[in-house]
Design a protein around this ligand. Sequence first.
Ligand SMILES: [Zn+2]
Length: 269
Amino acid sequence: MLNKIMRFPGFRSKAFTMSYDDGAVFDERMLDVMNKHGIKGSFNICSGSISDPEQIVKRYAGHEVAVHGREHLALARAVGADAVADILDDRRALEKMFGRVIRGMAYADGSFSDDIVALLKMLGFAYARTTQDTGRFDIPSDWLRLGATCHHTSPRLFEYTENFLSADPNAVYARYPLFFNVWGHSFEFDRMGNWELLDRLCDEIGGREDEIWYATTIEIYDYTKAYGSLIWSADSSIVYNPTLIDIYMEYRRKNVFIPSGKIINISEV
Ligand SMILES: [Zn+2]
């Protein structure tokens, strides 16, 4: 049996996020619904299509903004120099606009290659989301090829939702942390006339702060990396958290809180 299990902040075992592309005006209506339910998301934006930066900064307050390519190039098919420019120009423009470091990305048209992944790594990107549905709640192992659980048009969306909500974190067979990640474009709700699908999803998932961590992708990435940075003694009696993030975990079925910068003697927990 696994002795050490990552928990999310507050010892929660579930994290939920939404990752939406293109930065269209319909994000505004989507954000109204998400904000009402306390749900956080990552919005992947093409800075080349922004006409009013001030309005954009206001729109995404409290959420993550990430790179989607300045001109939305399909990177795997682009000339190398154009791909580099599309990624870097977008990141520079968004960082300047928002005044923060931006390390997330979603591949435009879901297009990437091993070379693009290597490039993103070199440029210091933390994660990049693909357009591949995994149907799973796993913590990703390769964050530069991050799939989503599903697109919101998946016929299984509410089946996944039900599975996620009903999963018992204390069941011996299901003790890993669960990460539910839905992707799409807000303009699809408008085009398909199904905004009620977003209402239903946020209604079912939202308002459960005691059991679900509503976070952005970069927050979940940073937390997961911090957990992986814990330093353990060989007999697991002492653990050191060298990061700036407070860590929550289970060790031999006991909740252990490891504050940022602290050394914890496990036997005294
Ligand atoms: Zn796109």
